[in-house]
Write a protein that binds this ligand. Structure first.
Ligand code: ATP
Length: 211
């Protein structure tokens, strides 16, 4: 049996709880696909995260959203349901106006003040990061983890060295754009997106005529 520290003495480090470590993955998730899920799972494991919060955007400021937020939110819930460390946040889809990462991080920081935050982003998205709103404050709120993505370089200049990590993840050349194009063209998206998301897309007739 483990010995307890005598009353009045500090507990040994091993019994002190470490700070929670929470990943945040923002995206349009239109639809969520296996590239997103594999990236989040790899970062969760490599960075020993207690939880990864997926945050579907409201109105993205960088691109046009094809599908209403509620559908994208529900597809994200379905896709992440089997992983007890994955959760989905409504902070962005419930906020009025365009979604900026600074607001996502401020809201999650407010809700989880005790945690260290790790913002997960693909190589393509991180390359544009210096254009993000309030970028200096964005850095101060989370550690950034840039994951590899086929067709995009992970070598990014101009980023602060501290506060950014890069991680090679299994290369899955999947994009939401391609998934939408496949559905509208009558091609299958089985095994590119989770089974439940395939069924959700069919049931709600999503992406019949898009891109
Ligand atoms: P679209 O094709 O509509 O632009 P997308 O596939 O890039 O969408 P997003 O929802 O915009 O998907 O991506 C959310 C985050 O996931 C971004 O940081 C993006 O870089 C990252 N990501 C998307 N697909 C992959 C992938 N296949 N591998 C690694 N990261 C990815």
């Amino acid at each position: 049996m483990a010995e307890l520290a005598p009353v009045g003495e500090p507990a040994p480090d091993s019994v002190l709880r470490r700070r929670a470590r929470i990943g945040v993955m923002g995206g349009t998730f239109d639809p969520i696909h296996n590239g997103h899920l594999v990236a989040a799972s790899e970062v969760q494991q490599k960075f020993d995260l207690d939880e990864v919060i997926f945050a579907p955007t409201g109105e993205p400021w960088m691109k046009k959203t094809v599908t209403e937020g509620e559908h994208r939110y529900l597809m994200t819930v379905i896709a992440t349901a089997a992983n007890p460390r994955f959760t989905v946040s409504r902070v962005d889809i419930d906020r009025q106006g365009p979604t900026y990462t600074i607001d996502t991080l401020r809201d999650i920081r407010r809700a989880r003040p005790e945690a260290d935050l790790f913002f997960i982003t693909g190589a393509d998205a991180v390359a544009q990061i210096m254009e993000w709103k309030d970028v200096e404050e964005v850095w101060s709120l989370a550690h950034f983890v840039a994951v590899s993505r086929p067709g995009h370089s992970l070598t990014i200049s101009g980023l602060p060295e501290q506060g950014v990590s890069s991680l090679e993840v299994p290369a899955l050349a999947i994009s939401s754009t391609d998934c939408r194009d496949r559905v509208s063209g009558g091609f299958p998206v089985w095994y590119l997106v989770p089974d439940g998301v395939v069924q959700y897309i069919a049931k709600h007739h999503l992406y019949r005529s898009v891109s």
